[in-house]
Design a protein around this ligand. Structure first.
Ligand code: AQP
Length: 332
């Protein structure tokens, strides 16, 4: 049976990239398949997190899920550390995955930079834990942004190697689901880098909790080239910043980049940017208002996460037990 799993790291406030590349698409899959959405706190600590900020960011991701339309009676919503199977299966996969595979992960290279000796061992092993997150539920579909494609491919490699080594067909070969106009929302100041929660300057990103004035200001100051919007999409080739703003517009409006170009051909930035800001505010304001309402009742968020974790464990525990049997671990 098809089953969806995905997650977001509570490593800071949610961005428009997380919304368009992940949360909005998670909502779209709800009701069509069984859906499991996690706040992946174990992944967050691969880089230092202040404990109080981690707890707050975990609730904020949960609030973002709920405010955007994930329904805890339809989707399983929980934080990863409450289901011990993630770490347990992650260990087994650390022993299946090869060091050479990890060495090819571009996200690790980006995050480690020139300081690879000083980063945590967890950051290096991150993709193996991500494989465990997915395969602990025998998930078949994983909606992610473009930046996570390589990690989902590694998940397939780990499943295939486990199945091969143990002579079984136990783990499914998962499909990444990367679709829509905003699978890679770029940084507003540099159209060649993706928009990130933990990017240096706040002006690079739209946060889901930004107010209307801040959103307008950030789009107004967003880097662009001087040319107007072209007549066809081809005219955006080699103009990454312009292309990014058109893609963001299309994703927010449930439209396509072609339709946005058709509507705004020949428009200058003085016209397009305020229209984009208005659209973003119209779409994000109701969500951010609901997020702040939810954040005023942390006990309610914690209750929803605990209930989701209990449901997640019911699926995960038999799969982990069978994995242990396949590996040859004794248990009573
Ligand atoms: N800019 C983006 N465009 C489209 N999708 C994105 N995602 C993240 N940024 C963009 C998608 O959001 C989901 C959750 O990502 P994550 O929080 O687990 O990790 P990340 O990709 O490392 O996100 P950040 O924002 O860049 O976090 P930091 O700065 O802490 O590393 C994923 O599906 C991701 O593709």
């Amino acid at each position: 049976t098809p089953r969806v799993f995905s997650g977001i790291k509570p490593s800071g406030g949610l961005t428009l990239g997380n919304y368009l590349g992940a949360i909005k698409r998670f909502v779209g899959m709800q009701g069509e398949m069984e859906t499991i959405y996690c706040v992946v706190d174990l992944h967050a600590i691969t880089v230092w997190q202040d404990p109080a900020e981690l707890a707050n960011a975990t609730r904020e991701v949960a609030a973002g899920y709920l405010a955007a339309g994930l329904d805890p009676t339809q989707s399983i919503l929980f934080n990863q550390s409450q289901v011990a199977g993630h770490a347990e299966l992650g260990w087994v996969f650390n022993c299946v995955a090869r060091v050479g595979w990890m060495n090819r992960m571009t996200q690790f290279k980006d995050k480690a930079g020139t300081n690879a000796e000083k980063v945590s061992l967890g950051l290096y092993a991150y993709p193996s834990l991500m494989a465990a997150d997915i395969l602990l539920y025998h998930a078949t579909h994983v909606p992610v942004g473009e930046d996570q494609k390589q990690h989902v491919e590694l998940t397939r490699d780990i499943a295939a190697k486990f199945n091969h080594d143990f002579g079984t067909a136990f783990f499914p070969i998962t499909e990444p689901v990367i679709d829509g106009p905003a699978t890679r929302v770029m940084n507003l100041r540099d159209g060649t880098r993706k928009m990130s929660k933990s990017g240096e300057s706040d002006m690079e990103r739209i946060n889901m909790t930004d107010d209307a004035d801040t959103i307008a200001k950030k789009f107004k100051k967003a880097k662009t080239d001087p040319a107007a919007l072209p007549d066809t999409l081809d005219g955006l080739a080699g103009r990454p910043e312009a292309r990014n703003l058109v893609d963001i517009y299309a994703a927010l409006d449930d439209s396509t980049p072609e339709a946005v170009i058709a509507a705004y051909q020949g428009a200058g930035w003085g016209r397009f940017k305020p229209a984009l800001a208005d659209l973003a505010v119209a779409k994000l304001a109701p969500i951010s208002q609901e997020m702040s309402r939810l954040m005023n009742d942390p006990a309610e968020i914690d209750r929803i996460l605990a209930q989701g974790a209990a449901r997640a464990r019911q699926i995960a525990e038999p799969i982990l037990k069978q994995t242990y049997d396949i590996v040859g671990f004794l248990r009573s």
